[in-house]
Design a protein around this ligand. Structure first.
Ligand SMILES: [Zn+2]
Length: 386
């Protein structure tokens, strides 16, 4: 795990480096975000400029400063490379994402005047990292919406194999191409709902910690912020069919929720309204098994576990996840029930040991009854599947 002390309460993937409250926003942010108000009557800065459209891949050559670097994955280039033929650019295929390796790569890239990130979480994170190291303009085009990486300022890289979030990159713009996303394997996009539905359990944990008198002084409960997070959750619940179909409205609803990821920084690096038990289960399972997961599967399962522990809307969350098509049963993510049980029973010790912000996972005892309830609920929700 990365180095952070209990006083800072940083999660494994979100090292806390600043406790300052960043309450100022620029005019552009106000315009972009309709001047949402939270907390002490201040507007909250969040979101990056985002363009929705079609045929966007053919436009980069016309406006990105050449020669530019297309940071992508090797298996994506046969699909998208032809859009860059004759453009003054070259592809960079992501390999190691160890920080040391990326620093070396950044230093030897030669002449590059701009960065285009093209891909899922990893390519977009590496694009952010190079942007930071080389101080270049960044353009981002997700080809899948599996996580909210595109809407975070920091790059998820590794130090000795452990996830750390490093750097700072704000894209000139993010390009959401409806046709590119609709053509992506659907379960990759469905995975993205995990990073929105987790606001539901994040808020439950925030209220719980406040009620229990275990809230961090710097992150006192904020009803305005909570309400904004829950509105994003509502939008997913209201768009089950659209998201399953990955039609234009479904893509817009999902992007709107993922965009809220940037409010982690906008609220003064406060993660409380963004995640809780949902991601804590994921961290525990990752630590325990060393497996690489499709993000939305363990996080989505964590949303259900958290909702059951809080006894709040577990049915609605499960109907939403299963209705969209994302399969969060352990067997769908390569886990046995034994491994999941291990994870559930270990979670309490793990989150206390690591010093994650206080949640119901810190206190709740996972009983045999809880596990059989979870098993029954999951079986019911996916009964139509084989
Ligand atoms: Zn996440």
């Amino acid at each position: 795990m990365i180095a952070f002390d209990k006083g800072q309460r940083a999660p494994p993937n979100r090292p806390s480096t600043a406790s300052s409250t960043l309450r100022s926003v620029n005019r552009e942010d106000r315009k972009l975000n309709h001047n949402h108000v939270h907390g002490h009557g201040q507007a909250l800065a969040y979101g990056f400029p985002t363009v929705f459209g079609r045929g966007l891949l053919d436009e980069f050559r016309h406006f990105v400063n050449p020669p530019f670097l297309v940071v992508t994955m090797e298996d994506l280039w046969p699909i998208f490379g032809h859009h860059f033929e004759d453009a003054d650019c070259r592809p960079y295929f992501c390999g190691s994402i160890e920080q040391e390796d990326l620093d070396r790569e950044a230093a030897s890239l030669g002449e590059v005047r701009a960065i285009l990130g093209l891909g899922g979480g990893q390519a977009l994170d590496v694009a952010k990292y190079f942007t930071w190291r080389l101080n270049l303009p960044l353009f981002q085009m997700p080809t899948a919406l599996s996580v909210n990486a595109v809407y975070g300022q920091r790059a998820g890289v590794r130090v000795d194999g452990t996830v750390v979030y490093r750097g700072w990159a704000v894209p000139q713009s993010i390009y959401i191409d409806y046709d590119v996303l609709a053509a992506c394997p659907p379960e990759l996009n469905w995975s993205g709902i995990g990073d929105v539905l987790c606001f539901h359990t994040g808020i439950l944990d925030w209220r719980y910690a406040e009620r229990e008198g275990k809230i961090e002084d710097k992150w006192r409960y904020d009803e305005g912020l909570a309400r904004q997070s829950l509105a994003k959750v509502r939008k997913i619940v209201d768009n089950i069919d659209n998201i399953r179909a990955m039609n234009d409205r479904g893509i817009e609803a999902l992007v709107d929720g993922l965009k809220w990821g940037t409010s982690y920084h906008g609220a003064g690096w406060c993660p409380r309204h963004i995640e809780g038990t949902d991601h804590f289960l994921f961290y525990t399972l990752e630590k325990l098994t060393g497996k690489k997961f499709l993000h939305g599967q363990p996080v989505g399962l964590g949303v259900i576990v958290g909702s059951l522990l809080h006894e709040s809307k577990a049915d609605e969350m499960l109907d939403t996840i299963a209705g969209i098509g994302l399969d969060i049963r352990p067997e769908a993510m390569g886990l046995t029930w034994g491994q999941l049980e291990d994870g559930l029973r270990t979670m309490r010790a793990y989150v206390n040991e690591v010093g994650l912000w206080h949640s119901i996972a810190h206190d709740a005892t996972i009983t045999d009854g809880f596990i059989s309830d979870l098993r029954r609920e999951l079986a019911k929700a996916y009964a139509h599947r084989t």
